[in-house]
Design a binder for this molecule. Structure first.
Ligand code: CTP
Ligand code: MG
Length: 389
């Protein structure tokens, strides 16, 4: 197989990033503005470069912006650069010519840099469909009631079930798209490539789009994302030990477990929930369990430890944060934790108002070594990850 034959069977991605971003009012081409901490164009470029079925990435930029692009994409695997034109359509045409000069492609996915959050799943859906079809585009239904406005006043209501929102990447048989652009009447501006392809008489299949793929156009789109930027991932850890004694109840993960010994302590001595409380407080930078519930305070005698966990969760909430996930390990020889694990996860998920897949409970022994090995006590560790400013 010659090189050019191999190449013509491949999927190439083409990102148009040669606009001025005037409507954004940012004072810089919006494709280089930061979205979730990274230049906007980097998000979709990385998505394409990470997809195993995309053979080559082309990026269309404005004259003189090579350095800006390379800075934005520093560290990413190779891509080709083409200089764009006065309109989006001109930029696409230039990109297609670049691909032609390098031997063509089988399919081409044309994407706006202004849609940063491109998931691998959307690319998968498009490529699977375009194997059987001439073209595939991502679409979303119209949710709001949609009307015509005439002379500034509401006129007729449109049938929203017949109206669909079109996104990119739009995926086409490469040769057919080149032909469609070649016969498109000069002087008419098309806002996307599907329009050009359809006008040439070809058929376009639709696949499910993605709300996350929304286009960044005005300043408010970018303001929203800078709010998200301010949220950071924080982690907290917790560790606790209680002594195992006869004549005490054994509470672990909010569950009363039948065992010949129980944990001693001021509260119900639920060592797992105490470690979790410290992890949550630690992630929020809010001290430890002893600061908030001093053992010297008789108020907490026999207290059920879910109160402590719920308090720590409320501290995070008050600070504008949210819990991403928690992970815990119980360290003991006996009792066996596994039979109780799901019930503990459910209890904790309820205390934290989280889905159960964000709550993990694990257990280990210390191979009969140390105080846990001798059955003198139970230890627990916890890690909590939260998002907070
Ligand atoms: N685009 C392009 N070449 C042009 C015009 C637009 O490559 N001459 C690209 C933009 O960079 C963007 C996509 O086409 O990724 C969609 O265009 P749009 O959202 O309109 O971006 P801009 O044209 O940059 O913004 P504006 O219209 O507000 O100036
Ligand atoms: Mg534009």
């Amino acid at each position: 197989m010659t090189d050019s034959v191999t190449r013509t069977r491949q999927n190439h991605a083409l990102i148009v990033a040669a606009g001025q971003g005037e409507r954004s009012g940012l004072g810089l081409p919006k494709q280089y503005a930061l979205v979730q901490g990274l230049p906007m164009v980097r998000h979709s470029a990385a998505s394409f470069l990470n997809h195993p079925k995309i053979a080559k990435l082309w990026i269309v930029i404005r004259e003189g912006q090579d350095e800006q692009l390379h800075n934005a994409l520093v560290g990413l695997r190779s891509y080709e650069v083409v200089i764009g034109g006065a309109t989006r359509q001109d930029s696409v045409r230039n990109g297609l010519s670049g691909i032609a000069a390098a031997g063509g492609a089988k399919n081409v996915l044309i994407h706006d840099a202004a849609r940063p959050f491109l998931s691998q799943l959307v690319i998968d859906r498009l490529l699977a469909t375009v194997e059987q079809e001439e073209a595939a585009i991502p679409v979303l239904p119209t949710i709001d009631t949609t009307i015509n406005i005439v002379d500034g006043y509401a006129a007729s209501t449109l049938d929203r079930n017949a109206l669909w929102r079109v996104q990119t990447p739009q995926t086409f048989d490469y040769d057919k798209l080149v032909y469609a652009h070649a016969i498109w009447p000069a002087g008419h501006e098309a806002t996307d490539d599907a329009q050009v392809f359809k006008a040439a008489g070809y058929q376009i299949a639709v696949v499910e789009g993605d709300e996350a793929l929304k286009k960044y156009t005005t300043a408010s789109d970018f303001a929203e994302s800078s709010e998200q930027n301010m949220k950071q991932i924080r982690t907290g850890m917790g560790f606790d030990v209680h002594q195992l004694v006869t004549g005490e109840e054994l509470w672990l993960g909010g569950l009363k477990i039948d065992h010949h010994k129980g944990l001693s302590g001021h509260s119900d001595a639920d060592v797992l929930l105490h470690a979790l409380t410290d992890a949550l407080l630690g992630a929020a930078g809010a001290g430890d369990i002893g600061d908030h519930f001093p053992p010297s305070d008789p108020k907490w005698r026999g207290a059920s430890s879910d109160k402590f966990v719920e308090f720590a969760a409320s501290v995070i909430k008050q600070k504008g944060g949210s819990i991403n996930n928690v992970d815990m390990t119980v360290i003991c020889e006996a009792p066996k934790i596994k039979p109780h694990r799901e019930a503990m996860r459910q209890n904790i998920a309820k205390m934290l108002d989280l889905s159960i897949d964000r709550v993990s409970v694990k257990a280990t022994t210390t191979e009969n070594l140390g105080f846990t090995g001798r059955g003198e006590g139970i230890a627990a560790q916890a890690v909590a990850t939260i998002s907070m400013e």
